[in-house]
Design a protein around this ligand. Structure first.
Ligand code: MG
Length: 390
């Protein structure tokens, strides 16, 4: 099943309600989607996490011409062909994001060809429903007192929708963070809560917040520290009881091996649209498992990445094994995103805070190309006929 063409779509939308976190405010969302077409008329879709314009060039100009004519079912062979072609000058970063979207599209098309869902291809789903945690409680441009009230109300709203777990943003400032951590716990005494600073803190601040999170029975502290200082995670861990989660800025088995070896991390969070794709995510999970750690993917973006992560968690075998295993929650972003909510005719169904694992061949989500056109900023096509077309 030879690859006949690779297309890319840079999609953009402007947000009605800009939202912020510890690093900046978003007023638009962008994503790069990848479409792989085969000689026998099948199509697979993937998505990339990161700056869409740059990744688009990497797919169109660099990787796509190299994989045309290859057997689309050969996900490992293609991954290594792409990896070998760029490893001398780019072993991570946006080039790996480009590889991730191509790899995801290949898993989708391989599933369609073999009439298997991606979870079947990954070894078999062990569940049909994956419990989700709601990601939300991003900042709005409000005075802090009003913001605090709004965020707690938002969290209560998710609980009322059936979510048993959710994640807040911290890293605004220490005093506000503490009020939010304690306020939400008070409002939701029985909900699984987690907090994400997006690497906002230095070590003393992270130790301080970790204690507050632990006292309030939070499940994990996500990206407490900069990914540039993996050696600090072990220092934080020695001073805190809460599980430390990280990995959304990390890529490949090699990067995760180094991160895990540095110590201190309990929950590994590779993003399937960035870490190297589903192919690489499975290897990262194996490395984590060998160290007794669990991996729950970071999920941002649209339905393709959500579907890939749903299949991934449906096939997860939590560490350590026991009859009543701990729940590995799927990240379910609840912030405004028309690119996730408006362009698919088949989506990942989430009911009562649980994602229904798709059973149709491939990833199990389907784009509505007519609706997608409203958001296309630029598109490319690379075919076997020769040069890339615009
Ligand atoms: Mg995060």
């Amino acid at each position: 099943m030879k690859i006949k063409s690779v297309k890319t779509y840079h999609l953009r939308c402007h947000l009605e309600n800009p939202f912020g976190f510890s690093q900046w405010f978003y007023d638009q969302r962008n994503v790069l989607l990848v479409e792989v077409n085969t000689e026998n008329g099948l199509t697979g879709w993937g998505e990339c996490y990161g700056p869409a314009e740059i990744i688009q060039t990497a797919v169109e100009k660099f990787y796509a011409p190299k994989i045309l004519g290859m057997d689309a079912t050969g996900t490992e062979a293609i991954w290594h062909h792409m990896w070998r072609s760029s490893l001398d000058f780019s072993r991570s970063g946006v080039m790996m994001a480009a590889m991730s979207g191509i790899d995801m599209a290949l898993w989708d098309v391989k599933g369609k060809f073999l009439k298997q869902s991606v979870s079947q291809l990954m070894g078999g789903a062990v569940k049909s429903l994956v419990p989700c945690y709601a990601t939300g409680m991003y900042y709005q441009d409000l005075p802090e007192e009003q913001l605090l009230k709004a965020l707690i109300e938002e969290g209560v709203g998710y609980a009322n929708q059936g979510f048993k777990a959710m994640k807040i943003k911290v890293g605004k400032n220490i005093e506000f963070d503490k009020k939010l951590i304690t306020g939400l716990r008070k409002a939701l005494p029985h909900t699984v809560l987690a907090a994400d600073s997006n690497h906002a803190y230095d070590l003393p601040e992270a130790i301080h917040i970790a204690k507050v999170l632990d006292e309030n029975n939070y499940a994990w502290f996500e990206e407490p520290l900069s990914p540039e200082h993996p050696n600090l995670f072990a220092k934080l861990h020695s001073k805190a009881n809460i599980a430390i989660a990280t990995g959304e800025c990390e890529q490949t088995r090699y990067g995760f091996q180094r991160l895990i070896d540095a110590g201190g991390v309990q929950l590994v969070q590779a993003d399937l649209a960035y870490c190297g794709g589903p192919s690489e995510a499975l290897k990262i999970r194996a490395i984590a498992s060998a160290k007794g750690l669990n991996m729950i993917p970071h999920v941002w973006g649209t339905q393709l990445n959500l579907a890939a992560a749903t299949h991934f968690l449906a096939t997860a075998y939590p560490e350590p094994g026991r009859s009543e295993t701990q729940t590995l929650y799927l990240e379910y972003d609840r912030t405004e995103n028309p690119l996730r909510d408006n362009i698919y005719k088949t989506e990942v169904k989430v009911e009562n805070g649980q994602a229904v694992v798709p059973t149709s061949p491939g990833l199990g989500v389907e784009i509505n190309q007519t609706k997608m056109k409203d958001y296309v900023v630029s598109q490319t096509e690379t075919t076997m006929a020769g040069e890339p077309k615009h």
